[in-house]
Design a protein around this ligand. Structure first.
Ligand SMILES: Cc1cc2nc3c(=O)[nH]c(=O)nc-3n(C[C@H](O)[C@H](O)[C@H](O)COP(=O)(O)OP(=O)(O)OC[C@H]3O[C@@H](n4cnc5c(N)ncnc54)[C@H](O)[C@@H]3O)c2cc1C
Ligand code: FES
Length: 336
């Protein structure tokens, strides 16, 4: 009664936000620039943090201009870091709300919300004899988590970035090469052109024998999946995507967010999550690519299209949709 309308835990959150039993939070302790547009954020997670496996990602909730936004970031620290801190490494993308905030404006001391780490882009228990890491741009992050965590006898890495200065963790990678713990080929796409996967054999002759972890833009991963499948070794390729593959679009429609009382026109290619956020509707979200289900919302009326498959979902009582991979397919009402 004394603390009404707040709960006692709200006051505890003010003095001890990282305590056991509080909503899982983390405190940003440092932000270290890596390249001109990427930085590593050092986070001290609260007591409930269960730890991660190298290669996994964490969803974080960050306040940007007063709005809590959720995004996923791969953990770049090894799983057994002694000081209990973890790191993520973020590349600012043009117009990106959270990535620019974290790289350019986040301050030590800031509290962020955390989910438990998750993801199946991880190393197997039994160590493979030969490993290939195939990465591009910020796709190096989960692999750096693996490189820092687990040593293999025979590891080759092919990494693509526009120029040497854009290669995140370049000094550390070259130290590993000097210590003979890694063989590295950098493809500088501004001068060398894009990596042609069909010619991977020229860089890594025994690529098909290697257990491979690949992370980068959709074009690289699509080409890799095709190449590994063509050679009948698709079970050796493990991929991590940072964005959903949006393949099917159709006609849009008028979207009503009935709880907020907003109605906007939407095309048939833009996810309803983006449409709602643009319209100032409070939209829950997480990975923004269809894997975490952090965005599920009841569809009250009308129909939506799954942008990955083209499948149409029509409103029925109890029907939930993932707004990050669904677009309007005619007029619809989203319960937000
Ligand atoms: C499993 C997983 C792990 C991830 N790990 C990392 C990581 O370690 N480091 C990292 O920097 N990012 C990572 N991401 C991407 C990250 O979650 C965000 O998508 C990214 O930081 C952009 O968010 P934003 O708020 O800045 O952009 P938004 O404001 O959401 O988007 C701005 C514009 O950029 C486009 N866009 C959104 N995401 C991307 C993208 N990834 N690439 C290109 N264009 C995009 C949008 O369509 C929009 O036009 C990961 C994503 C997933 C799903
Ligand atoms: S935000 Fe993760 S599934 Fe939609």
């Amino acid at each position: 009664m004394v603390t009404t309308p707040l709960l006692p835990s709200d006051y505890l959150d003010l003095v001890s936000p990282l305590r056991a039993g509080a909503d899982l939070c983390g405190r940003i302790e440092a932000v270290h620039p890596e390249t001109g547009d990427a930085a590593t954020v050092v986070i001290r997670p609260g007591r409930g943090w269960r730890g991660h496996t190298a290669g996994q990602y964490v969803r974080i909730g960050v306040d940007v201009d007063g709005v809590r936004l959720w995004r996923a970031y791969s953990l770049t620290s090894p799983a057994d870091r002694q000081d209990g801190r973890v790191t993520i490494t973020v590349k600012a993308i043009p117009g990106g709300k959270v990535s620019n905030h974290l790289v350019r404006r986040a301050k030590p001391g800031t509290l962020i919300q955390l989910d438990q780490p998750t993801g199946d882009f991880v190393l197997p228990r039994a160590k493979p004899a030969k490993v290939l890491y195939l990465t591009a741009g910020s796709g190096i992050t989960p692999v750096m988590g693996m490189l820092r965590d687990t040593e293999f006898d025979d590891v080759v890495m092919v990494h693509c970035a526009p120029q040497p200065k854009d290669v995140i963790f370049r000094d550390e990678l070259h130290d590993l090469v000097a210590d003979k713990k890694l063989r590295l080929t950098e493809v500088h796409t501004d001068t060398d052109g894009m990596l042609d996967i069909a010619r991977l054999g020229e860089l890594v002759p025994d690529w098909a024998e290697r257990e491979t972890w690949a992370c980068g833009p959709a074009g690289l991963l699509d080409a890799a999946e095709e190449h590994w499948t063509e050679h009948g070794v698709q079970e050796r390729l493990h991929t991590e995507r940072f964005r959903a593959g949006i393949v099917v679009a159709g006609d849009g429609g008028e979207v009503t967010f009935s709880v907020t009382g907003r109605t906007v026109d939407a095309d048939g290619a833009t996810p309803l999550l983006d449409i709602g956020e643009e319209a100032g509707v409070l939209m829950p979200s997480g990975c923004r690519m269809g894997i975490c289900f952090g965005c599920v919302t009841p569809l009250k009326a009308g129909a939506v299209r799954d942008l990955r498959t083209g499948e149409i979902t029509e409103a029925e009582p109890g029907v939930l949709i993932q707004t990050c991979v669904s677009a309007a397919a005619g007029p619809c009402d989203i319960e937000r």
